[in-house]
Design a binder for this molecule. Sequence first.
Ligand code: ARG
Ligand code: ZN
Length: 883
Amino acid sequence: MDIARTPASPDGNPEMADAAFEPKAPPEIQRSDYTPFAWLIPTIRMEFDLGLDKTRVVTRLDVERNPDADASPTIRLNGDSLELVSITCDGGDCAGHMMDGDDLVVTLEGERHTLEIVTELDPSDNSQLMGLYASNGMLCTQCEAEGFRRITFFPDRPDVLSTYTVRMSGPKAQFPVLLCNGNRTDAGEEGGTHWAEWQDPWPKPSYLFALVAGDLVARTDSFTTASGRKVELNVWVRDGDLDRTEHAMESLKRSMKWDEETFGREYDLDLFNIVAVSDFNMGAMENKGLNIFNTKYVLADPDTATDGDYDGIEGVIGHEYFHNWSGNRITCRDWFQLSLKEGFTVLRDQLFSQDMGSAPVKRIEDVRVLRGVQFPEDSGPLAHPIRPDSYREISNFYTATIYNKGAEVIRMMRTMAGEERFRRGTDLYFDRHDGEAATCEDFVKSIEDGTGMDLTQFRRWYSQAGTPKVRVDLEHTGNSATLKLSQTIPATPGQPNKKPMPIPLKVALFDRQSGENTGEELVVLDQDSAIFTFDGFLQKPVLSINRTFSAPVSIERDVSRDDLVFLAAQDDDPFARYEAMQELMTGYLVGAVTGDLDDAGCKTARGDIAQAMKSVIEDDRLEDLMRGELMSMPSQAYIAEQMLVVDPGRIHAEREALKADLGDRLASQFHALYDRVEGLPFSLDAHAKGARKVKTLVLSYAAASDPAKAAELAAYQYDHSDNMTDRQGALMVLAGLDSPERTDKLQDFYNRYAGNALVIDKWFALQASSLHPDAIDHVKALRGHPDFTLKNPNRVRSLYMAFAANPSAFHAADGEGYDMIADLVLELDPINAQTAARFIPSLGRWRRIEEGRAKLMRDALERVAAAPKLSRDTFEQVTRSLG
Ligand code: ARG
Ligand code: ZN
């Protein structure tokens, strides 16, 4: 039966339906409203007749009443921008159905039925990149969180699990490769059309559905699992990209092995496919047996990918692979439980990367992301607990809080339990909930039962937002040291008052003379305040606290610069050394910006920092990779986080001044370091990576102290490099300088990589994130570059995310940067709402910025809010940011 496109409201009034179609305030969905779905859909069969402009989908659902849910006279099938061609029930007319907004509601009597639904899609017209869309002549899907409802009408919620059989057919010349979840069970061809049938034996929610059709080639390999199952592995890319897939394949095999060894998790199909697509909203997606990846997280060779890109690929391949157990075998009951799979899977990918490379360096990188992205989120208008209580658009909750803080919360349980006991907890979780759609509570209960810990109070980490502040004081009397700790958790939207949470802190006390400590201890602060006493210290020891960043909190303490210099030079925890260097520099910069330090004070502080930096440069026991971390300055965002009201211009100026001062004072040490490591042949081992890291750091200090010399050295590095890390590092430094080399090398880079989208993204990003005083004008000009397009999220991010994260450009005092982002959001919102909404948080920080700029930021937000038609995504972020 055919149905017109006009959505009819329940009472049949099309006027009203239109109002409901584009509501100004989309409804808020509450976690407490969860009820199980009234129907089960044990099996689903889909037939896709594929075409770029027209794809026809026939979906057959076997539905039966859910004995564990309240009975309902209707079944609600979600839709989003769908055209219903026809619907039948048990092979006949389906009289009782109507549209309710975008959803299809069918009246059903009796116990079980078969519904057959036909929809028609235009994948080329799908610029939102959710559902089925065209990218570079191929077809692919993205269904998490709510993309499946853009393909067919279905209860698009993660607790409805079905077994899928999918038949795909299409022109063979255009789509020689046809892929779907599970195993291919049959295939054939007739004339120019071919088809393939796929079956996924594992019941799954709709968000894990995927298909791909296109002209692709594969790197093929295999992995034999612990129990002897031979799995075929493929990494599918466009012709010409095959020689850039080796690292992805190696990362996949390492992930499979690691998950068996570390978490006892084995792969469960005979086939594992990864497909790289260039138009993708996020990093990658864990669809069962058919992971779809942003090309950025697949393609790499030394000429086009940096060391950071290589690490990113290993981490994301691991992440998506690990989801096969933490996400797919055990999925989420509802989207409020998102951190159940994301937090846990981020922890798993972090531990994997720690094991594959340098564990302390990986830990530092992860903490940097947490502090640079999640802490600001937690202290701003968009703060939410890792298990939120409400949302309007779930895409807005794929946040650093759900992912990264979620991982930290589980990491704390692991720290308190110890590795072995924690493993008993995760074994129990996987065993107990395999095949289910579970909750965060199910996870915590499993860890509790498996480890024997009491996590009653710890559960507050799931419900309370905000970064706890821990005040630390160390006192010394007689021969004992007294550690006084107290915690406060700042108010966040909707949560004015907080209760204390258990905060596990690793501490060590160092003897000032010997430089030795008495052994690391774990103290757990679970009250508002507590006192811990340590005996056997004739002299006041030096305190090292929150070692390895054992808790995601911010530490407040009065610590002498002498102690920090001591820890920076000799703490045996590399993270704590890094932390001491950061504290040393941050303390100085905050003092200089706020005026708390007078000129004389500033001078001594800079001297101390230089002394600490010098020991770092000259410490020959240090690996260069770690040395690079110790030499890195705190980011402008991190410094800003330490202040209540921020003047971005002042932070930038003081930070550059410190860089210049260190560059001056340590010029000969920096150059000796550069000379020592330069000329090392390219390899991906830690040694060579470390060399590349410190080289570019030396260039950036030189750029602040002696720009002409730095330009010369950077140009030399650019010309003589045989890899992207050195070349991009040199170009990054040049991009910030006003020198003839800047123009030359930027042009050279563009010419050299024209046509390589991922490298051209770097070219845009380098200019948008540069320290050049005219960066804002460069961004404006690049907006008009023929290679710029709003249709490709990687390109949009490479120009505008880089810009919004570049404080000295974005925070131009006249507000021009804010206007540029508001303009972008308004233009991008109808094209790709998910990507547009991701730019709102940069403007939402206004409360923490000095008055003049704060007003301009609000004005920009209000201009967005006033737009006559906004996506749910942008509407929610803008209203929360202004609120
Ligand atoms: N589950 C994916 C991952 O973290 C991300 C999917 C994001 N989808 C979205 N619509 N925001 O690996
Ligand atoms: Zn994930």
